[in-house]
Design a protein. Structure first.
Length: 127
């Protein structure tokens, strides 16, 4: 069974967000990376882009499929994890740590409250 850190919030589309003040750190869940299998390419959003919750913001490609990544909250992209361009396999190795995708300044912090907590996400994925 995949790990589901309790301090994160989860979108039904398998993205997670960790909020620190007005900043959100975003990645994909362990469940999502396991479903994708071997990640071979990550397309990250542009720094400075303004996004709405639920909008397609990035793409992850694996040997099996390409998957859209949705922003779990509205805001402005302030940083991307450029290490993933060189080492996309980090998504498989450390989805909640080294493989974070991007940071954003939250423009609507209430978005986060609409996401699933760890227990609800675990139930949603059949855990």
């Amino acid at each position: 069974m995949s790990t589901i850190p309790a301090e994160l919030r989860y979108a039904p589309s398998h993205e997670w967000i960790k909020v620190e003040g007005t900043t959100g750190l975003v990645g994909i869940s362990d469940h999502a990376q396991a479903e994708l299998s071997d990640v071979v390419y990550v397309e990250l959003p542009k720094v400075g882009a303004k996004v709405n919750a639920g909008a397609v913001i990035a793409t992850i490609e694996s040997v099996k499929a390409a998957s859209d990544i949705y922003s779990p909250a509205s805001g402005e992209i302030t940083e991307v994890n450029s290490e993933l361009v060189k080492q996309p396999e980090l998504v498989n190795k450390d989805p909640y740590g080294a493989a974070w995708l991007f940071k954003l300044t939250l423009s609507a912090p209430d978005d986060v409250g609409k996401l699933l907590d760890a227990a609800a996400y675990k139930a949603a994925i059949g855990g």
